[in-house]
Every structure is written in structure tokens, then in C-alpha cells.
Design a protein around this ligand. Structure first.
Ligand code: HEC
Length: 101
């Protein structure tokens, strides 16, 4: 397990996942705080994204993917970046405010 973690942290270009089933995974809800308990803060989100999302691979461009695609990617990546659910909400707000349409 440790070896897998280390291996996954080598810097590499952002791989393109061409197929990830539409529809968010079950854990989608649980990585974000309950609705209306935290106000999304895109500035904080940008900071977190910039600091934490380029560690294992190049920092992705927010406009690389559509909002729908991001909502499939973020629930996988946010736990990898070890963000709490408030940080997750901010990052999502920032990313979705800057996606390709
Ligand atoms: C612990 C290492 C790690 C961290 C931290 C991390 N990622 Fe990733 N990321 C990966 C790996 C490994 C892949 C390769 C694809 C996979 O395993 O799903 C990847 C792939 C991606 C991709 C390619 C598209 C896709 O569907 O996989 C995007 C976009 C991405 N990450 C965004 C992010 C964002 C945004 C964050 C911050 C919230 C983040 N990553 C933090 C390891 C990480």
C-alpha cells in the first residue's frame, strides 16, 4: 500500500481519463459539507487547488474539463489531496466557476 502511494506521487503529466462513468460515485455527497452549512469561497478554493492539486501531477487547468466531468474527478482527487469537506467545497466552487462550458 505504501509503495502504491509513493508510486502514485511521482510527478507526471496529467493523464487523461477518457472514460469515467457519468453520474457521480456514491461517496460524492459525503466529501462535501451538508448543504448550507458552509459558504463556498472561490478565493480559498483557488489557493487550495494551487497548493495541493499539483503535488502528484502537473496542476490541472480548470478549463480542461466540463463541470460534469469535474464532478466525477473531484470526489476521487479531493481525498487524495487529504482535504476536509470544507476545503473540498471551496475547491469545487473555484473549479466549477472556471470550467469549460
Ligand atoms: C496523492 C496524489 C494526488 C493528489 C494529491 C491529486 N491527484 Fe489528481 N491524480 C492522481 C493520479 C494517480 C491520477 C491518475 C488517474 C487516476 O488514478 O484516477 C490523477 C489524475 C488527475 C486528473 C486527470 C483526469 C482524471 O479523471 O483522472 C485530474 C484532472 C486530477 N488528477 C485533478 C486533481 C485535483 C483537482 C487535485 C486536488 C484536489 C488532485 N488531482 C490531487 C494523483 C493525485
Amino acid at each position: 500500500m505504501l509503495i502504491m502511494l509513493l508510486a502514485s506521487c511521482h510527478k507526471k503529466a496529467v493523464p487523461v481519463i477518457t472514460e469515467r462513468k457519468a453520474g457521480a460515485p456514491k461517496k460524492f455527497e459525503s466529501i462535501y459539507p451538508p448543504k448550507e452549512t458552509v459558504l463556498p469561497d472561490t478565493a480559498a478554493g483557488k489557493q487550495l487547488f494551487t497548493d495541493r492539486c499539483g503535488r502528484c501531477h502537473g496542476l490541472p487547468e480548470t478549463n480542461q474539463f466540463t463541470a460534469e466531468k469535474w464532478d466525477n474527478i473531484l470526489p476521487v482527487m479531493i481525498p487524495r489531496a487529504r482535504m476536509n469537506n470544507e476545503e473540498a467545497l471551496h475547491v469545487r466552487a473555484y473549479v466549477l466557476a472556471n470550467t469549460k462550458n
